[in-house]
Design a protein around this ligand. Structure first.
Ligand SMILES: [Zn+2]
Length: 290
């Protein structure tokens, strides 16, 4: 689930269990698992080094994964709760927003950062539904707003608090949905292909997975800046794909990436460093010859 919703659920939850809890401390505990996991990388790459959001997902350093394991484990959250009870007893109820964050993440992630809730004992993860869909976000923020309304009715929050979920929901969902999938036309082998672009870590992790039929495009182009040797797999991929490895506008190799239903799990690694890879859907009929 998104970090803002986690904060709001955390704050609301603390007021559900006790009227006099500190709302904002609970919000803080609600967002901390994500802030600790992604905050250092975010500050390092986007603020200190000024890079854009178009960073390949494969470039996310491994320490982010390690932090994610630590902060998104229910086992470690329980251990941490003992520490909070011992040293910050005043905020022991507010701290519950942290394990609540982990619980809410379990069914709301798929492919991208699934929740290692039993780490380090087990690496079991659940592929749920992705929170990164407009319908889910709208329903989620409606649910949060209703919870705040109920809290207002029972005088657990003042009416001013009602503005928060509505404002955060409207601004955040608008920003999220306005980033429409970008496409470009590419001339390849005498044909024009309509390709969706994958630049952000999110777009790259999703790729063409879970799509069974593409009606408006022929494939996808992934960008790597800086160039790197990339590995692609067909997990959750139901389309037969051709991979075209490109380095500095030169095709350096081609590969087949069959759908998971045809050949089981297959991985393909680029023959060298690449700046782009194009995935062409083999069943696609959009492209035309001129
Ligand atoms: Zn999370």
């Amino acid at each position: 689930m998104d970090v803002f919703a986690h904060g709001l659920y955390g704050g609301a939850f603390s007021r559900i269990i006790k009227p006099k809890t500190s709302f904002w401390i609970a919000v803080l505990f609600g967002v901390l698992p994500d802030v600790i996991s992604f905050g250092p990388h975010f500050i390092n790459s986007f603020i200190l080094n000024g890079s854009s959001f178009n960073v390949p997902v494969f470039n996310i350093p491994s320490y982010v994964n390690n932090l994610y394991n630590i902060t998104h484990s229910l086992i470690l959250a329980i251990l941490l709760s003992f520490t909070v009870w011992r040293f910050l007893p005043k905020y022991k109820l507010e701290f519950l927003a942290w394990p609540l964050h982990v619980l809410f993440d379990i069914p709301t992630h798929t492919n991208f950062y699934t929740t290692p809730f039993l780490w380090p004992i087990s690496n079991i993860k659940i592929h749920g539904i992705s929170w990164g869909q407009t319908w889910f976000m709208i329903l989620n923020y409606i649910a949060i707003s209703i919870i705040f309304l109920v809290l207002l009715k029972y005088r657990r929050v003042s009416w001013k608090f009602l503005i928060i979920p509505v404002l955060v929901g409207v601004v955040w969902i608008s920003l999220f949905t306005l980033r429409k999938p970008e496409t470009l036309n590419l001339n390849l082998d005498g044909k024009i292909y309509i390709l969706r672009t994958a630049k952000t870590p999110w777009e790259k992790a999703q790729g063409l997975s879970k799509i069974r039929e593409a009606k408006e495009y022929d494939g996808m182009i992934f960008y790597f800046d800086p160039p790197e040797q990339a590995t692609f797999w067909n997990k959750n991929t139901y389309l037969d794909l051709e991979l075209i490895w490109i380095n500095n506008k030169q095709i350096i190799g081609r590969d087949e990436l069959p759908s998971i239903t045809h050949r089981g799990l297959v991985t393909k690694t680029s023959p060298g460093k690449i700046t782009e890879v194009i995935e062409i859907i083999k069943q696609s009929r959009i492209h035309f010859t001129y």
